[in-house]
Design a protein around this ligand. Structure first.
Ligand SMILES: Cc1cc2nc3c(=O)[nH]c(=O)nc-3n(C[C@H](O)[C@H](O)[C@H](O)COP(=O)(O)OP(=O)(O)OC[C@H]3O[C@@H](n4cnc5c(N)ncnc54)[C@H](O)[C@@H]3O)c2cc1C
Length: 280
């Protein structure tokens, strides 16, 4: 399966990991959970650099928000007492339905965010949470996840290494996420995150992210604009659903037609709106 691999090295500090990437330019791969690398091996990767001894498996509450180390697995997030308190346990609840229970112990947050399949859940979820990432290539660099995805060169085989994910507290936010799949353990054919902040009885801020379009998750600004200032009455929600169907930037692929995705985008928005309105 990984016939071309000649060595697996487990560095014990970040500097050593980066030095190894430089020692084998274009021929090394960082290993988080290793699920993706074993599923779709990189032909050119002759040296695997394990991240397992870098002490990057943690969740910490800090003044600026919640920090999650890159090698933290989905299972560790699902079972985390800290994350159960963050936004009403939003992440553990959603991640419990992502991939399969057996894979939860393998998939790392770093591996999933770096790989970022066009159908994946994690990018849409963490973009919707306004995540920031800390990259390391000899020095730390903090940038928003959105900026990280905007610069393709940052996800190349030679690094940088994604060291940590930072989530802002988002106090006062209501959040909901829907994913449409063919079976309970399937990859999403469309996913959508809605986050709003109320002021009194009206929506002060709204963020709508649509992912697995298929393609990188994108905000749907026209729907956000319509939601701001509304009280999420039945009529206002239906208007937003209609706007979503008009504006959703979706395409056809072998799994689903663009027309059906457009219809679904409205259905997912209605469910998300119901959820945030109930929570309020
Ligand atoms: C059967 C199956 C079902 C799946 N279902 C879902 C799903 O429902 N939703 C979803 O969102 N995803 C799903 N995935 C995708 C999964 O999240 C990705 O494959 C993810 O990359 C696996 O994480 P990993 O830690 O094992 O990655 P790895 O295999 O370790 O790494 C993936 C890539 O990222 C690089 N990398 C890893 N860690 C770092 C780091 N810290 N810094 C820099 N580069 C790094 C590696 O070099 C490699 O190129 C599924 C995958 C499979 C195989």
């Amino acid at each position: 399966m990984l016939k071309q691999v000649i060595d697996y090295i487990s560095p014990t500090d970040l500097g050593e990991a980066v030095a190894l990437l430089r020692q084998f330019p274009g021929e090394a791969a960082l290993v988080g959970g290793g699920l993706d690398l074993s599923w779709r091996p990189r032909k050119q990767a002759r040296v695997l650099i394990g991240l397992d001894r870098l002490a990057l498996t943690y969740q910490e509450c800090r003044e600026e928000g919640l920090a999650i180390g890159a090698t933290t697995t989905l299972l560790q997030i699902i079972e985390s007492p800290l994350l159960v308190k963050y936004l009403g346990g939003f992440l553990p609840r959603v991640l419990n339905h992502v991939a399969t229970p057996l894979l939860h112990g393998m998939i790392t947050i770093g591996g999933a965010l770096v790989r970022a399949y066009p159908w994946a859940d994690l990018p849409c979820l963490f973009l919707g949470l306004e995540a920031q990432v800390i990259l390391y290539d000899g020095a730390d660099r903090l940038l928003s996840l959105a900026d990280y995805y905007a610069d393709r060169s940052l996800r190349g085989a030679d690094g940088p290494l994604l060291r940590e994910v930072l989530l802002p507290t988002l106090a006062g936010s209501r959040i909901a996420y829907q994913r449409f799949t063919r079976t309970a353990v399937d990859i999403p054919l469309l996913n959508q995150l809605l986050r709003i902040r109320w002021e009194g009885s009206r929506v002060a801020e709204a963020f709508v992210w649509l992912g697995a379009r298929p393609g990188a998750a994108r905000r749907v600004a026209e729907v956000e604009t319509l939601l701001v200032g509304s009280s999420l009455t039945g009529e206002e929600c239906e208007q937003a659903v209609g706007r979503m169907r008009e504006q959703a930037e979706v395409e056809s692929d072998l799994r689903l037609s663009a027309d059906y995705r457009r219809h679904l985008a409205g259905v997912l928005l209605r469910r998300n709106l119901e959820e945030v309105a109930d929570a309020a």
